[in-house]
Ligand binder design. Structure first.
Ligand code: SAM
Length: 907
């Protein structure tokens, strides 16, 4: 039974506290009484049974349980005692009525209890009931109200114990009935008590929350004050360390103990955290002398040595920008690019199939045996530590790397050990190494810089397999037959570097305006190829390119260039002939003259393209530049004067020629009507637009002569002086104080055929004849001298290469012959012009012989013209008072028909 009492499903256990009063009911009496809870109402009169819904389960088990329970002492269980005492006194009538029905019910139905199976009350029922039961002791107030309500109604059992069995039974029945009623009342009370309890609980909870909030606030406050105290302590400590001025200021300020400040500190503390912006830009903490290419320790040392005071007002552009703009004025001004330490591209690993990396050259096959170590001219430098093997280092100039054998300086002092530097760099991280493979849009792979490179700084070595020419041919024929990319580069000793297996340099693409150069150096007596930055230097992210000067082996291998630069030559092969010619003739001579002049002025050694290292030299250089510009201007002025002189000389010449023409006309008895001349012009315009300018010049002379007919034998002077400044202006790049002019700055002349060249020249001539060329600031005495020298040479070298005319078109006759001095070769070009035959001439059919005769006459006339022209040039020269070369010989002669003969290297 004990076990059942503790069971949660046991009604007895659940009721053990609250139904204790019933326990204290006269157990002996209730033993016989069937428990009313399990008793369904048997009649309408059994109200207690019908109305009560909670007591049905309460009592029976208790009754059973309590059968053996000794009666509790009122003192030990005051509540129980009270309850017992408070048992309502049931009126007799009521009690009797209920007792009767109960009695009847007991004898009839309470079989389960009698059988001892009441314990098997369905769990469902028990659960439901369990919910309605209030657990725990009854609150005093409830007990009190219970007492009040039961007052007078309670059956004083003791009193009822009269000894009469009938009475006893009656009393017991009445008690039972009262018990039933009381039970229902108790349930109500329980509910009420429960409600009260809930309300009280709520109030307690509310109070608890309030307390909690207050506690929280107190904790926060305590925390804040501790933080404020901490800060105050810190600031006080700082003050102690700080200057007396600050201390005084701080003492004047309200003390941290002040309430206000405390509240302020609190406010500060409460303030939401805001972002703290750096005061000095992105690279806060990075000093001005910082060089990303150096190690951290080196940078630290550098900073210590320089002790530069950093500006905190304008931290950007970053330090490299500053260097770019101020420190290196020799480096020509250029478009702004983000400095390397602001823009550092992230490395992108591009995987290249079939590329076997080699870090250094490797001899293949017979190459090793055949490799004769060419006796290199040894080189020695005598630099001082102050020079540090700079631009003036002999080894550097000779492209020899300094080492302990040829340089007196230590590796730390020497600045001419590029390959050693490269080796060191290769051991660093990817940014130290500084190059990576990239993918281009239309040229396959390429190489880009991941860092900045100084002008002429070594970037990467071009190394690979060194093979003989025979092996190279074999590979080309069989191995690389279907390849589109070749990685072959001619090397020393007629060997070839095949970088199909080689360094990353093999991926460097070609450009007609490259930013790098591939240069052979001698390192420890061995030749080695490496890619060096060009004179502009390399910025981070730039694609590296050099000029392949590619030998395509055969015309089949010619590849189109896609470098996309302005001066793109169109192919990866060597420069077109025309380009070379133009470059060689005018521009290169001008440039070399200019360079020579500058070097002379600077007192430097010729052949060295080094930048003046000392500030003194730099100053001299800038002075020289200014002087040169002035000289250029004055020369331009002189050239303009010269032009005028030439024009007056030409006019004289024209008059003379006109006299000669008249004489000739008289002797040849052949004249041209104006109508015919028009036809000739039309024909020439149609057939030979090349001669357009010639005709124009003729026309311009016509204006000066009364008769608008071509003047046979008239010598047309060419206004060379007017041409020259414009040519120079076109060809000579603006001098900006740099020692060497990069190839890219040399203007390229588009490829032309000899005819188109002539045409262009004619056009130029015509242009210059129309408008006097503006005075060019780019002319230098040296350039002028060299230009004169070149042209005079051409003139003396020009030979007449006359060919007989056999193919005169039907209905036409030979009208004019144009001899042009070609700069390509020593031969002069001859162009012929045919005019439609007039009725008069058609009566005299033109035979090949007559044409030949006419041409021979023309030749004679031409030679005469040349002589005259030279005389005229002499006049011009005298007039100009300068060493200006003679005007191109030009003669016009008529023989048989209208034949104009022109020669000279300008039209
Ligand atoms: C030494 S490889 C350079 C790397 C090559 N782009 C690659 O993907 O491996 C030379 C080849 O690159 C291509 N190439 C380089 N420069 C070029 C250019 N400017 N235009 C067109 N093709 C170019 C040509 O096919 C050439 O044969």
């Amino acid at each position: 039974m004990a076990g059942r009492d503790t069971s949660p499903s046991s009604t007895s256990s659940t009721l053990s506290n609250i139904t204790v009063q019933t326990d204290r009911l006269p157990a002996s009496r209730s033993i016989s009484a069937s428990p009313p809870t399990s008793t369904p109402p048997t009649s309408h009169g059994d109200e207690a049974s019908v109305l009560s819904d909670t007591h049905k389960m309460d009592t029976p088990v208790e009754a059973r349980d309590d059968v053996s329970t000794p009666r509790a002492h009122p003192q030990a269980h005051p509540e129980a005692h009270l309850a017992v005492e408070a048992t309502p006194e049931v009126p007799k009538s009521e009690g009797r009525r209920s007792a009767r029905s109960t009695r009847a019910a007991v004898s009839t139905y309470n079989v389960q209890i009698l059988a001892g199976t009441a314990i098997h009350t369905p769990t469902k029922y028990l659960d439901k009931h369990h919910k309605n039961v209030l657990h725990g002791p009854l609150p005093k107030s409830a007990v009190h109200s219970l007492m009040e309500t039961t007052e007078g109604g309670a059956i004083k059992l003791e009193d009822g114990d009269s000894g009469d069995p009938a009475e006893e039974q009656l009393a017991s029945e009445a008690a039972e009935a009262a018990q039933r009623r009381r039970s229902s009342r108790v349930t109500d009370l329980r509910k009420e008590a429960f409600r009260n309890l809930a309300a009280a609980g709520e109030a307690v909870a509310q109070k608890g929350q309030e307390l909690l909030a207050t506690g929280k606030q107190r904790v926060q406050h305590a925390l804040r004050s501790s933080v404020a105290e901490q800060r105050t302590k810190e600031s006080q400590q700082a003050l102690v360390k700080s200057s007396p001025k600050k201390r005084a200021r701080a003492s004047a300020a309200p003390t941290p103990e002040d309430e206000d400040s405390e509240t302020e500190t609190e406010k500060d503390f409460v303030k939401p955290k805001t972002k703290k912006w750096l005061a000095q830009g992105l690279y806060l903490g990075q000093h001005r002398e910082f060089d990303a290419r150096l190690k951290e320790s080196q940078n630290r040392a550098r900073r210590r040595s320089k002790q530069a005071k950093e500006s905190k007002i304008l931290p950007l552009p970053m330090f490299a920008g500053e260097r770019m703009l101020n420190v290196d004025p020799q480096n020509e001004w250029r478009d702004f690019k983000l400095p390397f330490d602001t823009y550092n591209p992230l490395p992108r690993k591009v995987k290249v199939d079939g590329w076997v990396k080699l870090q250094k050259n490797r001899f293949i096959g017979d190459a090793s045996a055949q490799w004769k170590r060419e006796k290199q001219d040894s080189s020695q430098c005598y630099c001082s530590p102050e020079d540090g093997c700079g631009e003036a280092c002999h080894n550097r100039i000779m492209s020899y790397e300094c080492d302990s054998t040829n340089c007196p300086l230590s590796p730390e002092q020497c600045g001419n050990r590029p390959f050693a530097q490269l080796k060191k760099r290769a051991k660093g991280n990817r940014y130290d190494y500084g190059v990576e493979v990239m993918e281009t849009e239309d040229r396959g792979y390429g190489v880009r810089a991941m860092r900045c490179f100084e002008p002429h700084q070594i970037i990467v070595e071009y190394a690979g397999e060194i093979i003989t020419q025979g092996e190279c041919e074999r590979r080309m024929k069989y191995v690389y037959k279907k390849d589109k990319c070749y990685y072959l580069m001619s090397f020393d000793n007629k060997m070839i570097i095949d970088a199909t297996r080689g360094t990353i340099a093999r991926f460097v693409n070609h450009s007609c305006e490259p930013n790098c150069e591939m240069i052979k150096w001698t390192v420890g007596g061995d030749p080695r190829m490496a890619l060096f930055a060009g004179s502009r230097g390399i910025m981070s992210g730039e694609e590296l390119t050099y000029d392949y000067n590619f030998d395509p082996f055969s015309s089949k291998n010619i590849q189109l260039c896609k470098c996309g630069t302005e001066s793109c030559r169109g192919v990866l092969g060597p420069k077109p002939k025309d380009y070379n010619r133009d470059k060689k003739t005018m521009t290169s001579s001008i440039i070399s003259g200019t360079k020579r002049k500058i070097q002379d002025m600077l007192g430097g050694s010729r052949g060295s393209s080094s930048t003046p290292s000392s500030p003194k030299k730099r100053k001299l250089s800038s002075l020289a530049t200014t002087a040169l510009t002035k000289a250029k201007n004055s020369l331009a002025q002189t050239a303009a004067n010269e032009v005028k002189a030439k024009e007056s000389a030409a006019e004289l010449q024209a008059q003379k020629a006109s006299r000669e023409n008249r004489a000739l006309r008289r002797s040849s008895s052949m004249t041209l009507s104006s109508r015919r001349s028009k036809i000739v012009h039309k024909a020439s315009r149609r057939s030979l637009p090349v001669l357009k300018s010639t005709r124009q010049t003729t026309v311009s002379i016509k204006h000066k002569t009364p008769k608008p007919v071509p003047r046979p034998g008239a010598l047309k002077p060419i206004n060379r002086a007017s041409l020259l400044p414009s040519i120079l202006q076109r060809n000579l790049p603006t001098f900006k104080g740099r020692k060497s002019l990069p190839t890219s700055t040399i203007p390229k002349t588009p490829a032309r055929s000899s005819r188109s060249t002539r045409s262009a020249r004619s056009t130029r001539s015509a242009r210059s004849a129309r408008s006097p060329s503006p005075s060019s600031p780019n002319i230098t005495p040296a350039s002028l001298r060299s230009a004169n020298r070149t042209s005079s040479k051409k003139l003396t070298q020009s030979k007449l290469n006359f060919k007989p005319v056999n193919d005169v078109p039907r209905g036409y006759k030979l009208d004019s012959v144009l001899f042009t001095d070609s700069e390509d070769d020593d031969d002069d070009d001859v162009d012929m012009e045919f005019a439609p035959k007039t009725s008069r001439t058609s009566r005299r059919p033109t035979t090949a012989n007559s044409v030949r005769r006419a041409a021979a006459g023309a030749k004679r006339t031409f030679e005469r013209g040349v002589r005259t022209s030279r005389r005229a040039a002499g006049v011009g020269k005298a007039a100009a008072g300068l060493g200006f070369r003679g005007m191109g010989g030009r003669g016009e002669a008529i023989s048989g028909s209208t034949i104009r003969v022109l020669t000279g290297d300008d039209d």
